[in-house]
Write a protein that binds this ligand. Structure first.
Ligand code: SF4
Length: 353
């Protein structure tokens, strides 16, 4: 294939041009094998910092200890980054979850890229897209593919677009030329993310105790939010972006959402402030919830989890208007929701005194 300058363009260059043309913000190629951060991952599991996320342990951990295991026969990963709106306003829902479910959107895009590759090389290429849900340490792969470094906030930081990016990977069985890993650590002496975390969930640089992290507590965790951490939730109803918002690399390089991006905020999140949104969610009936959140990543927390979070948010930032919906939530069928509503009413009473 000959480029504009007359030079022959490699398959890898054409592949990257195709991916950028499809709207990806980052593209790199990594060989599969044992992750460089394997011992770090093992120590994190050993410390129990994964909490109730049992899928990360046992068989899930075995698969994550070598990227050749999830899809036997695959040789390389095409690692892809997609910005999801680092320039959008903060809270009460983490930016990544405001639009369409990224799993579906990016899996479909990964399959499209695989079809392009097959057409380009003229043979069937065995491959599979992974979008966060597979047993793969994506950040490790992304570093290996030259996309950025493992920041002290435990996220992959790209020097071009920061960290407000979805990472996905297309595993293929095809002899591609891999990129050079990103070796530098550009966090330097900065500790902003560690200092700003509302629940002090970092036990040190690059070590996150997920059991204290608001993203875990408001999304993955199915039980009562520990009382000692509820006030620290502030107005975060689903997830938390604080350790990304304070990062200078994001402040400088995060990208605006492209026009028509599927990750733009749904109507529900566009205008509503934290109190209005929490009030709305606390009063949602199951059918209305299913309609409002169809195709949304936020369904992961389930309605009872969202109501639990909404009650805490109202307890933290609610006005007198929050008393009525919280009082009604005291009649909810779910004991966990009732208990959080009672806590929130107690907080409000203290505030109004
Ligand atoms: Fe690294 Fe500072 Fe960004 Fe944290 S805030 S990830 S320490 S550059």
């Amino acid at each position: 294939m000959v480029g504009d300058t007359g030079a022959v363009r490699s398959l890898e260059d054409r592949l990257k041009a195709q991916a950028y043309g499809m709207g990806y913000d980052l593209v790199g190629i990594a060989p599969l094998g044992e992750p460089a951060t394997r011992s770090h991952f093992d120590a994190w599991l050993e410390a129990g910092y994964h909490g109730t996320m049992g899928y990360l342990d046992g068989e899930g951990a075995e698969l994550r200890r070598d990227t050749r295991r999830p899809h036997p026969g695959a040789t390389h990963a095409i690692v892809l980054g997609t910005s999801y709106g680092g320039r959008e306003p903060s809270g009460p829902v983490a930016r990544y979850a405001r639009g369409e479910d990224y799993h579906e959107v990016l899996r479909a895009k990964g399959r499209e890229l695989l079809a392009w590759l097959e057409a380009e090389v003229g043979v069937l290429v065995e491959g599979r897209p992974y979008v966060d849900s597979g047993p793969v340490l994506e950040r490790d792969l992304a570093q290996r593919a030259g996309l950025g470094w493992f920041g002290k906030n435990t996220l992959l930081i790209s020097p071009r677009v920061g960290s407000f990016t979805f990472l996905s990977a297309l595993f293929v069985r095809y002899p591609l030329v891999a990129d050079t890993p990103f070796e530098a650590d550009r966090c330097g002496s900065c500790t902003r993310c560690l200092d700003a975390c509302p629940t002090q969930a970092f036990t040190g640089p690059r070590v996150l105790d997920a059991t204290r992290c608001l993203s875990y507590l408001t999304i993955e965790y199915r039980e009562a939010i520990p009382e000692g951490l509820r006030s620290a939730m502030g107005s975060w109803l689903y997830g938390c972006d604080v350790c990304q918002e304070v990062c200078p690399w994001n402040q400088k390089f995060s990208q605006a959402l492209a026009d028509g991006s599927p990750f733009g905020a749904r109507e529900l999140f566009r205008e509503a402030d934290a109190e209005a949104l929490a009030t709305h969610i606390l009063q949602l009936a199951p059918e209305a919830y299913s309609r409002a959140f169809r195709g949304s990543a936020m369904k992961r927390a389930k309605l009872r989890g969202l109501k639990r979070n909404a009650a805490v948010v109202l307890g933290n930032v609610g006005t007198r208007a929050a008393v009525e919906p919280l009082t009604r939530a005291m009649q909810d069928d779910d004991g966990m929701v009732r208990e959080h509503a009672a806590w929130a009413l107690g907080q409000l009473v203290r505030t109004f005194r």
